[in-house]
Write a protein that binds this ligand. Structure first.
Ligand code: SF4
Length: 461
C-alpha cells in the first residue's frame, strides 16, 4: 500500500507500516473467553445442572440450531460440516435434535419466550420442506415464539430454488436470510471448489426480496485463490448491483495445518498481502460510498437496516451468530458443535455426530466442553463487547477503570497510533481504530498470553 494511497484508509493514516504492525493472529471475539480457553470441566451433567439452577433468572431466549450437512465440502470452508448426499440423514438427525430439545426444555425453568431463531450450518436448506416444517414444529412445540421474533437462516444459493425461498419466508416464517456468496467470479469459485454461478447468486437475492424478507445478507471473502484486485473490482460491482441489506466481508483465514481441505487449495494462487489489503480497501470504499455503513468487525449494513439503527442507538450486540439487534438474550443451542451461551456460561456440543447421537440415546446432554465465567471474565467480556459494538468503553465504573489501568501502557500505544482516544471517563475507538477492533479488544483478553502458544488464530488484517 502506498503512503499516499487514494483510498479512504490511506486518508485515515493507515499505512503499510500500520498494517504490518497490527497484522497479528488474534481471536475474532465472538465470545470471551474465547473457545480455546474452555475446558472439559463443563460437560453434559454440569451443563444440565447449570441450566436447571440458573434458568429461573433467564429472560427471553435466542435459539440456535446447527444443521451440519452439505452436499460437498467447499475447499475454503472452516465450518463443522458433514458432506453427504445420503437419503434419510436429515430425518435421523432431527430425531436427535428433538431429543435434545426435549431434554433441555425439561431442565429449563425460565421464560419460554423466543425472540430470535437462527439456523446455521453446514447448509440449513439441506433440509427439504417436510424436514424444515418438522424442525420448526419441534421448536414451536417446546417454546413460545414471540410475534415479532427474528427468524434467520443461512442458505446455499446453489441449491435454493425460487419456490424454496418463497416457502421459507411465507410458510416457515423466516424473515432474515443470509447467502454464502464469497465472490462473483467464476474462476475463484472453481478454485475454492464451489462453482456457484453469478446467476444463482443474483436470482436468489432477487427472490428473497420479492418474497418479502426484511433483511438479506451476503457473505464475501477476500484473500481467496485466483482473486486479484481486478476480479474483485468486478465482484464489488456485482454487490452494488445486487444491493443486499447486510454484508459480512471476511478476510480469508488460510489454515492448512489445521484444515485438510485447505491443503487442497493452491497456495501459489493466493493473492499477496498487498493485493489483499487493496481488495479490502476497494470493498470498504465502494460500499461506504454507496449507502452501506461500516459497523466494525467485517460488517456493513444499509443505512435503513435495523442493524445500523441498533448500532446508532448503541444497542447492537455480538454473539456467536455475529452482530445482532437483540440485547443480551441467553442462547440455547442445539445440534452437533453448537454453542450455548446461557447465564454467563458457555457449553459446546460434541462435533462428532456418532457421539452426539449416543449421548442423546442415553438421555444425556451432548455438551463436551465449556466454561462458567468468573466475575472478572464477565467484566472483561463486557469491555470487549462494548468496544466491538459501540466503539467505546465507559470507564466510570471503578471495576472497569481498574482493568483499564492494568493495561494502560498498551492503550497508550494504541492511542499514539491514533486507534483510540482516552479521556473524559471513556475509551473511544477512532474511525481508524475501527479497522483494528481485534487488536484493541485483545488488550482486554486476560488469557491471550496463555493461548498464543497453543492455538493459531486468523490474522487481524
Ligand atoms: S456450503 Fe457452506 S458450510 Fe457447506 S462446505 Fe461450503 S462453505 Fe462450508
Amino acid at each position: 500500500m502506498k503512503e499516499n494511497s487514494p483510498h479512504s484508509l490511506g486518508r485515515l493514516g493507515i499505512t503499510a507500516d500500520t498494517i504490518r504492525t497490527y497484522d497479528r493472529r488474534i481471536p475474532r471475539y465472538t465470545s470471551y473467553p474465547t473457545a480455546p480457553v474452555w475446558t472439559e470441566d463443563v460437560r453434559g451433567p454440569e451443563w444440565a445442572r447449570h441450566l436447571e439452577e440458573t434458568s429461573p433468572q433467564s429472560g427471553p431466549l435466542s435459539l440456535y440450531v446447527h444443521i451440519p450437512f452439505c452436499r460437498k465440502r467447499c475447499l475454503f470452508c472452516a465450518c463443522n460440516v458433514i458432506a453427504t448426499r445420503r437419503q434419510g440423514m436429515a430425518d435421523q438427525y432431527l430425531d436427535d435434535v428433538e431429543r435434545e430439545v426435549g431434554l433441555v426444555r425439561g431442565l429449563h425453568r425460565g421464560s419460554e419466550e423466543v425472540m430470535q431463531l437462527h439456523l446455521g450450518g453446514g447448509t440449513p436448506n439441506y433440509l427439504n420442506s417436510e424436514e424444515m416444517k418438522r424442525l420448526l414444529d419441534i421448536l414451536k412445540g417446546h417454546f413460545q415464539f414471540s410475534p415479532g421474533a427474528e427468524q434467520s437462516i443461512e442458505v446455499d444459493p446453489r441449491i435454493a430454488t425460487r419456490e424454496e425461498v418463497f416457502r421459507l419466508r411465507q410458510q416457515d416464517g423466516f424473515n432474515r436470510i443470509s447467502y454464502g456468496v464469497q465472490d462473483f467470479n467464476d474462476d475463484t469459485q472453481a478454485a475454492i471448489g464451489r462453482e456457484q454461478s453469478r446467476e444463482a447468486s443474483f436470482s436468489n437475492i432477487q427472490a428473497a426480496r420479492e418474497a418479502g424478507f426484511e433483511s438479506v445478507n451476503i457473505d464475501l471473502i477476500y484473500g481467496l485463490p485466483r482473486q486479484s484486485p481486478a476480479s474483485w473490482h468486478d465482484t464489488i460491482g456485482c454487490v452494488l448491483e445486487a444491493k443486499p441489506d447486510r454484508i459480512a466481508l471476511y478476510n480469508f483465514a488460510y489454515l492448512p495445518g489445521r484444515l485438510p481441505n485447505h491443503r487442497r487449495l493452491e497456495e501459489k494462487e493466493m493473492p499477496s498481502p498487498a493485493a489483499r489489503i487493496e481488495m479490502f480497501m476497494e470493498a470498504h470504499d465502494r460500499l461506504t460510498a454507496n449507502g452501506w455503513r461500516f459497523l466494525g468487525m467485517d460488517h456493513y449494513a444499509r443505512e435503513d437496516d435495523s442493524l445500523t439503527r441498533a448500532f446508532e442507538r448503541g444497542t447492537m450486540r455480538r454473539n456467536f451468530m455475529g452482530y445482532t439487534t437483540l440485547r443480551g438474550t441467553d442462547v440455547l443451542a442445539f445440534g452437533v458443535s453448537s454453542i450455548g451461551d446461557f447465564q454467563s456460561a458457555f457449553g459446546q456440543n460434541t462435533k462428532k455426530l456418532n457421539v452426539y447421537r449416543a449421548a442423546l440415546a442415553e438421555g444425556l446432554l451432548p455438551v463436551e466442553r465449556g466454561m462458567v465465567l468468573s466475575e472478572e471474565d464477565i467484566l472483561r467480556r463486557n469491555c470487549i463487547e462494548s468496544l466491538m459494538c459501540q466503539a467505546r468503553l465507559d470507564l466510570k465504573d471503578e471495576r472497569v477503570a481498574e482493568i483499564a489501568r492494568g493495561v494502560r501502557p498498551q492503550l497508550e500505544e494504541l492511542a499514539a497510533d491514533g486507534l483510540v482516544r482516552i479521556g473524559g471517563g471513556a475509551l473511544e475507538v477512532t474511525l481508524k481504530g475501527q479497522m483494528f477492533l481485534r487488536n484493541i479488544a485483545v488488550v482486554f483478553d486476560a488469557y491471550m498470553q496463555e493461548m498464543q502458544n497453543k492455538v493459531t488464530f486468523s490474522r487481524a488484517v
